[in-house]
Ligand binder design. Structure first.
Ligand SMILES: Cc1cc2nc3c(=O)[nH]c(=O)nc-3n(C[C@H](O)[C@H](O)[C@H](O)COP(=O)(O)OP(=O)(O)OC[C@H]3O[C@@H](n4cnc5c(N)ncnc54)[C@H](O)[C@@H]3O)c2cc1C
Length: 331
């Protein structure tokens, strides 16, 4: 089995920055990514959007941002392996861990940094009749290219940020956009809710469940919704249904270690240590507090930085916690 100091799980934004930071601190690392590409949510959920809130980059296309993150991750030649899903982390001798990849034990390491974000992008389903039949033929779980929704009557299911974000992405494309939420609580940012409500193409319906997605076998034609308060059923003419009710996250997936969780998050301390010595977590999968966190690129990056420096101290106790300013280097 190959030995290394650190295994980083996930080559999303957090895992990529962690790979860079590990190189910066001279930690021998391997980054394992389940998908065949890097970028995590950026590549899978919003490749065409613009991003404005990454320090020193006023405006950047998400795919370009992800490319730049990868370029930075590779600066110290940290190895990144794709199509490598970490399926278990098994404590072994002398406080080391055997990391199982695609069901086979492959790497032995001193520390593991989990940057697995929202997991393997398995979407939550709404459970409507016809949902599976029309999956990919009118039923979608994200928007890869808004152009595909041009002149379509779109039903968006969900009341969170993603649902409203998808609605706004379709302003210039869809002919109509109906958002349905199963209760009367909209969790999306107030400004986005207001923007959507003001748009003449949009309507927001509360207390509605999607019961049935109806089509002709090849494409979606209608959706039946039911009022959760009155029980009234209504059939809407739609030709696309976007289900935006989150992803299944399995923080407990690493079965040989018992990680403490809080909801969908792995609990960490301020040094991004989990309850298992030698296992750290950062980014969208980790949370210091028991309340929703700022799930953002810059936050994940800062967490990766802190986690990697804590790991340096853990695997080489004599080293300093802070590795110095990168501006002192001449790369
Ligand atoms: C529509 C949308 C728009 C957004 N816009 C912004 C924005 O403008 N600004 C901003 O700051 N943030 C934005 N975000 C949030 C931002 O994308 C996330 O905070 C960020 O992607 C988190 O990075 P991460 O690496 O922690 O997790 P992820 O991006 O989820 O990456 C995790 C990676 O780990 C991999 N993985 C999971 N499990 C395993 C396993 N067992 N083995 C190997 N690999 C595994 C996954 O395949 C994935 O590649 C947006 C999010 C969405 C959904």
């Amino acid at each position: 089995m190959e030995e290394t100091e650190l295994v980083i799980v996930g080559a999303g934004p957090t895992g990529m920055f962690a790979t860079f930071c590990a190189g910066l601190r001279d930690i021998k690392s391997i980054t394992l990514e389940a998908l065949d590409t890097y970028g995590g949510q950026i590549t899978q959920l919003y490749p065409q959007k613009m991003v404005y809130d990454v320090q020193a980059i006023p405006r950047i296309n998400a795919t370009q941002l992800s490319k730049q993150m990868f370029e930075q991750a590779e600066m110290f030649k940290g190895r990144i392996e794709f199509s490598s899903e970490v399926t278990d982390i098994i404590p072994s001798e002398e406080g080391k861990f055997d990391v199982e990849v695609n069901g086979e034990k492959r790497y032995r390491c001193r520390a593991v940094l989990l940057c697995a974000g929202v997991g393997n992008f398995e979407p939550n389903k709404v459970g409507a009749k016809g949902e599976d039949t029309y999956s990919g033929k009118g039923v979608y779980y994200n928007i890869k290219n808004p152009e595909e929704f041009r002149n379509r009557k779109v039903l968006v299911v969900g009341g969170g940020d993603s649902a409203f974000d998808y609605a706004m992405q379709l302003f210039d494309f869809a002919s109509s956009i109906t958002i349905v939420q199963h209760n009367e609580t909209l969790k999306a940012v107030e400004e986005d809710v207001e923007t959507v409500r003001k748009n003449q193409k949009c309507s927001v319906l509360l207390n509605k469940n999607v019961e049935k997605i109806i089509g002709d076998g090849a494409a979606v034609k209608q959706a039946m919704i039911k009022d959760t308060v009155t029980g009234e059923e209504k059939v809407l003419d739609v030709d696309s249904v976007i289900i935006a009710i989150g992803y299944k996250v399995h923080p407990e997936a690493m079965k040989s270690i018992k990680l403490e969780t809080s909801g969908r998050y792995i609990k960490v301390d301020e040094d991004y240590r989990t309850n298992v010595e030698g296992i750290y977590a950062a980014g969208d999968i980790a949370n210091v507090k028991d309340e929703p966190k700022y799930a953002l690129l810059a936050v994940g990056g800062a967490e990766a930085y802190i986690a990697v420096n804590s790991i340096k101290k853990y695997i080489s106790p004599k080293s300093s916690l802070f590795g110095g300013h990168s501006s002192s280097l001449n790369l």
